[in-house]
Ligand binder design. Sequence first.
Ligand code: S3P
Length: 739
Amino acid sequence: MFGRLVVVGLGLIGGSFAKGLREKGLFREVVGVDLDLESRRVAVELGVVDRCEEDLSAACVGADVIQLAVPILAMGKLLMALAKLDLAGAVLTDVGSAKGSVVRAAELAFAGLSLRFVPGHPIAGSEQSGVEAANGQLFRRHKVILTPLPQVDAAALTLVDRLWRELGADVEHMQVEHHDQVLAATSHLPHLLAFGLVDSLAKRSENLEIFRYAAGGFRDFTRIAGSDPLMWHDIFLANREAVLRTLDAFRDDLDALRGAIDAGDGHQLLGVFTRARVAREHFSKILARRAYVDAMDNNDLIYLAQPGGSLSGRIRVPGDKSISHRSIMLGSLAEGTTEVEGFLEGEDALATLQAFRDMGVVIEGPHHGRVTIHGVGLHGLQAPPGPIYLGNSGTSMRLLSGLLAAQSFDSTLTGDASLTKRPMNRVAKPLREMGAVIETAAEGRPPLVIRGGQRLSGMNYQMPMASAQVKSSLLLAGLYAAGETAVTEPAPTRDHTERMLRGFGYPVSVEGSTAAVESGHKLTATQIEVPADISSAAFFLVAASIAEGSELLLEHVGINPTRTGVIDILKLMGADISLENQREVGGEPVADLRVRAAKLKGIDIPEELVPLAIDEFPVLFIAAACAEGRTVLRGAEELRVKESDRIQVMADGLLALGVKCEPTPDGIIIDGNAVSGAIGGGEVHSHGDHRIAMAFSVASLRASAPIRIHDCANVATSFPNFLGLAAQVGIRVSEEVQA
Ligand code: S3P
C-alpha cells in the first residue's frame, strides 16, 4: 500500500487513471488537482478521487506519485511550478501524446532531468472527454508506452510500470525519439490528413454538394476530424520535427501517385492499391506471429464433431496448395501477365502471394480464385522492406530460400510458432554447396537470413529424403546458377515445379529420378488453372468410405500420379473410388472422383506409396481405425517434421478416443474396428496442425459420442471453407460456440 497519488488534470485520461487506481485500493488516498471547479466537484461526486485541491503544493507536497495529465502545451508551466516544491522522493510521470517536448520541459524545469520522472503515453483516447467519462477500465488491453531516459531511477520506473499493469494495460518501453516518430506516423499524420481534407472540401463553393453525397468512404476516412481541436493543436506543435519528417515522406508518395495518375500509369496505381489493401491485415498477423487466420482473441478455436451421419452430394474442394504456391512464384518471375484460376485462398498460399508483393510484384486478387500476376522477369524482384513473414507455410519458406539465395539483395524469412520449429537445413545445406550464404537459428530452424549477391553454381544433388520442397528449392536456385543443377530423388515426389516450369516455357530435363535445369532461359507468362487439391479431397474420400450409405462426387480433383497415393492406399483397403471424366488441364491431370461407402480392411501400407500420400496420413489413420484388422505404416519418419509430429499427435488423439494403436519411430500400427461406434468420443488436440483437425472431424462419422477438437484455427491455412463444405455433405462438425 502506498501513501498518496496525485493526478493533476482531471480529464478523461487523468480521471480514468485516478479512478482505476482508487478502485484497486493501492493508495491510501487519491487526490485530484484541476483548475476547473466543476471538474473538481464532479470528480469527488463520481468517486474518481478521494478529494480535490485547487492548489498544487497542497496536493503534491508529501505525495508518493504525481501523474501529470494536463494538455501537452501546459506541461512546461506545470513542471516549472512543481520544480519549486519540495517533492522529496515523489515519482513523477505524465500521459502526453508526444514525449520529446515533455522531456525537454522537464530538463529545463529541473535543471537537468529529475531521475524520478518517468514519461508515459497511454494509447487509449476516445471521442469522449472530461472527467464525467472517467472509466477505471479504460486502459485494459490498451498499450501504454513508457519512454524512460537511461539514467532513470529503477525503482521509479518499476513503480510506474506496475501502476499501468494494475489497470490492465500492456506496457512497453521505447526511446523518446522512436516514440515520437512512430506516433507521428500512426496517429498524428492521419489526424492531420482528416482535418485537412474535411477543411479543404468544406471551403469549396460546391461544399454542400460534396457533403450531401459524401458516402461511407469520406465518412470513415474523416471520422477522426471530429477530435478535440485544441488537443491536436497542442500535439502538432509539440511533436513538430517528427510530424514534419513523416509528412514530407508522405508528400513524396502522394506526388508519386499524382504523377502516376497524370501519366496514366495504371501499373503504378495498382501496385500501391493492391499492397495497401492487404497491408493492415498482414501487419497485424505478423504482430500476432500466428498463421494467417482470424482467431480473434481466442487462440483455441474448438471444433465440435457430433457422432454419426452419412455423406451425399457433389462438391469442389479448394485449389491445390502446392500448385497455388508455384503459380505465384513462377508467375512473378515470368515476363508478361499470368492469369491464375482456382487459386487456393488459404493462408499458406496467401503468405507466398504477400511475399512477392513485398518484393515489388504487382498482383491483383485473389478474387473468387482469380489472380493476375504482373511478372517482373527472373531479375526483376526488389529487396523487401523488412523480414518476409510466411505464417505456417513450410512450402513457402523452403521454396523461397532457393529463389532468394540467388537474388542480389539480402532477405530474412520468418514464420509462426509451428514453422519456427521446422527443419530448414535440408535446403540450407545443399544451397550452401551451390554457393549460397544462409544463416539459420539453432539446429537449422527459422528465421533464415539469406545474403544476396552470391554467384551460385549448379551441382548434382542426391536428396537424402524424398522431398518435393527440397527438390523445388534447388531447381529454383538452379534457374540462376552457373551450368546445370540436377536433383536426384530417392523416391518419386510431386513434380508440380517441373511441370509448371515447362508450362512457362522453361526447359526442364527429367530422366529417371533426376530432374535438371540450366540457367540462361526465361519464363513466359501463361494461364494456369489450379485443380482442386487431392489433399483436401482426401478428407472426403475417407469420410464417404467410412460412413455407411454414403455416395459423394468430388469434382475437378488433381490426380497427378505423384499425388494419388491416397487413392491407391484406400483402394488396397477396399474402398470404392472411381475416377470419372479424366482430362488434362494446363499440364496437370484432373478427374471427378466418385466415392461410395465400403467395408475397409487393415493393410501393410506399401512403402513406395508413402511419398505419394505424404500429406494424407492423418486421415488415412482414421480410415485404418475404422477398418477391420491391423494397418501398419513404415518408412514415414517425414511425418514427424510436418506442421506437427503427425505420428505422435495422431496416436495421442486416437488413443484418447479409445482406438488401439502404437506409434513407431517411422510409422504407426493401428488395430482397427469396423463396428460402427467403435471410436469413442472425447477431447483431442490438433497442435495447430490443419490436417489433424480435419482428420478428427472425419472420425466423428464413426464415433459413439461427440469429439471436441482443440486448436483448429489453422484449418484456414489449406482449407478455408472446410466447415461449410463438411456441413453441406453431411459431416456434423462445427465451431463450438464459446460461452
Ligand atoms: C509440398 C511437399 C511436401 C508436402 C507439402 C507440400 C510441396 O513436403 O508435405 O505439404 O508443395 O512441395 P516435403 O517436400 O517436405 O515432403
